[in-house]
Design a binder for this molecule. Structure first.
Ligand code: NAP
Length: 250
């Protein structure tokens, strides 16, 4: 009997992370769903997955805190076993604003939530997956954004820059661990229907902008999840340090 693979999805309670957790569970993975504060959404998702015959656990952890990240990974070790896949997905954005109006507190909050968190989770994953540390290899998929390339002027350059850092993290780490059994890839979604746009102060942002998208519509979280799943699967076995844009052509 083959051993069930284990995937950890940060920010897995809502949006793209939740769609990803559902897909991995459906494909037979044991899934660790991380969330920060919305326990209701994460627990409801876990109930649905379990009702459909999937295996999952829910872990509260603020991935911008080192102690929380360490606790989260050791919980996965103890409860689910050897980690095969890390999906770094948890992210935030703040209200739309020009750079002149951004405070240091705001910029730092974006960077610690969207960048430090990915570094810390990658560190813990590499310690477990790398053949250098006695591991059996694994896959990391980072969720960046189209914003890394557009720069998000007049909306949130801080968020866009945090995603630029994730692109660089993906490239550097993929090369650092390529000979140690670990592949590191990245998806860059465009405009996707999730709660995140409300956090930016414009819940209907995707509707407003959808006509500029060549496919003439916003994307669904499930469409991003499929790309994440492919990059995590053996079907993408020759891809590392690569980027998959899921933008409807934008
Ligand atoms: P979302 O619906 O707002 O969900 C964000 C998730 O991240 C939530 O589950 C949230 O937890 C979690 N989270 C945030 N900060 C966290 C922290 N410090 N520790 C642990 N969990 C944390 O957002 P989404 O649109 O699905 O975004 C997912 C990823 O896709 C993000 O990296 C985002 O930048 C990227 N992305 C989104 C779009 C888009 O159009 N939606 C486009 C490009 C890229 P709680 O549920 O507990 O609050």
């Amino acid at each position: 009997m083959s051993i069930q693979k284990v995937a950890l999805i940060t920010g897995g309670g809502r949006g793209i992370g939740a769609a990803t957790a559902r897909l991995f569970a459906k494909q037979g993975y044991a899934v660790a769903i991380n969330y920060k504060s919305n326990s209701e959404a994460a627990n409801k998702l876990a109930e649905t997955i379990t009702a459909d015959g999937g295996k999952c656990i829910v872990i509260q952890a603020d991935v911008s805190f080192e102690e929380d990240v360490i606790r989260m990974f050791s919980t996965v070790d103890k409860v689910l076993g050897r980690l095969s896949v890390l999906v770094n997905n948890a992210g935030i954005l703040k209200k739309q604003s020009r750079l002149e109006d951004m405070t240091a507190d705001r910029i730092n909050a974006i960077l610690v939530n969207n960048v430090t968190s990915y570094f810390l989770c990658c560190r813990e994953a590499v310690k477990r997956m790398s053949t250098r540390h006695g591991g059996l290899g694994g896959v990391i998929v980072n969720v960046s954004s189209r914003a890394a390339r557009s720069g998000s002027p007049n909306e949130y350059i801080d968020y866009a820059a945090s995603k630029g850092a994730i692109d660089t993290l993906t490239k550097g780490l993929s090369l650092e661990v390529a000979a140690e059994g670990i592949r590191v890839n990245c998806v860059r979604p465009g405009l996707i229907y999730t709660d995140m746009h409300a956090d930016g102060g414009e819940p209907e942002r995707v509707e407003r902008l959808k006509t500029v998208i060549p496919l003439q519509r916003g994307g669904q979280p499930e469409e991003v999840a499929e790309a994440i799943y492919w990059l995590a699967s053996d079907k993408s076995s020759f891809s590392t340090g690569n980027f998959l844009d899921i933008t409807g052509g934008l």
